[in-house]
Design a protein around this ligand. Structure first.
Ligand SMILES: C[S@@+](CC[C@H](N)C(=O)[O-])C[C@H]1O[C@@H](n2cnc3c(N)ncnc32)[C@H](O)[C@@H]1O
Length: 291
């Protein structure tokens, strides 16, 4: 795939792309330039590096597409919206405008649930993901726990199509409804409830344009002065859903560490404990339903 236009060479285009994204303040300009190239070429990052070393180039049409996507990324449109994909644990999920892009810190929250199931030898657990968005948590549980029965609950009309697309092929039951008001038939039946609810307070508007302008408002703001109105209602619902001894894990902001522990205790959970994410920030809290 050689050609005579030097700017179309993958290595040259990468350097130019990295510089453009860095100038626009994109936090990981090199990785994003690479992932845009991979998307345009339909190849992995390892294959991209190989082709760069070989001196390969974009075709004219591919180069035009690369430049177009770079310009949109430089305008701080999230990479996941440009590629239509989000990576979460072992999965590639469908994402885009209208749904919250899954984050690496939520992978740790899923791991806490998996560790609990393994440590307690629960072979065929019943699990529910409250406030599912793309369905990242539910899909990860369904794909990593062979005999699990999993539910995903999402209220947003804009997000629910993504929840279904990512979860239903894995056998997850998707409920399009308020996660704080679930049918009584499910009460007392769950081994594990995980939630990454909206939790940002109204006065803490995120600075990053990707989050502030592109993640749905309904996914960000937890309502109430402290942003914890929805998390409180989710915790109360989680307690109703769990069987005695079942585990609830909830993600929250770093600064909400103490408030989250307090709200779980007030909801009636036992053994309330905070957990660090991979950068040692306190980003989730768990509790067990009393026996
Ligand atoms: C922070 S996002 C998390 C999405 C996904 N669980 C993840 O970790 O990537 C919160 C999600 O909760 C949904 N949501 C907000 N209020 C809800 C409610 N009362 N019932 C169900 N879902 C709700 C939002 O639409 C959004 O998809």
């Amino acid at each position: 795939m050689q050609n005579s236009e030097p700017e179309r060479k993958l290595s040259v285009a990468r350097r130019a792309g990295l510089a453009q994204l860095a100038a626009a303040g994109v936090p990981s300009p090199g990785a994003d330039a690479d992932l845009i190239s991979c998307h345009v070429l339909g190849i992995s990052r390892a294959e991209l590096k190989l082709r760069e070393l070989r001196g390969d180039a974009f075709t004219a049409a591919q180069h035009t597409r690369y430049l177009d996507l770079l310009a949109r990324r430089a305008a701080r449109i999230p990479l996941q919206h440009l590629t239509g994909e989000g990576h979460f644990r072992y999965l590639t999920l469908k994402v885009g405008p209208g749904v919250f892009s899954p984050r690496p810190e939520t992978e740790t929250v899923v791991q806490l649930g998996l560790d609990f199931l393994r440590e307690h030898g629960i072979q065929a657990p019943r699990c529910v993901d409250l406030c599912s968005g793309s369905g990242a948590i539910a899909a990860a549980l369904a794909s990593e726990v062979p005999h699990a029965q999993v539910w995903a609950v999402e209220l947003s009309d804009d997000a629910i199509g993504y929840t279904r697309a990512n979860c239903e092929p894995l056998g997850v039951t998707v409920l399009h409804r308020d996660a704080t008001d679930l049918p009584e038939v499910l009460h007392g039946t769950m081994d594990l409830v995980i939630s990454n609810p909206p939790y940002i307070p109204p006065n803490a508007v995120p600075r990053e344009p990707e989050v502030r302008d592109h993640d749905p408002q309904m996914a960000l703001y937890g309502l109430g002065e402290d942003g914890l109105q929805i998390p409180r209602a989710v915790a109360a619902q989680a307690l109703r859903l769990l069987r005695p001894g079942g585990l609830f894990v909830m993600e929250h902001a770093e600064v909400q560490e103490n408030a989250a522990a307090q709200l779980l205790r007030e909801a009636g959970f036992a053994y309330v404990a905070g957990h660090p994410d991979l950068s040692s920030r306190p980003r989730s809290t768990s509790g067990r339903a009393p026996r």
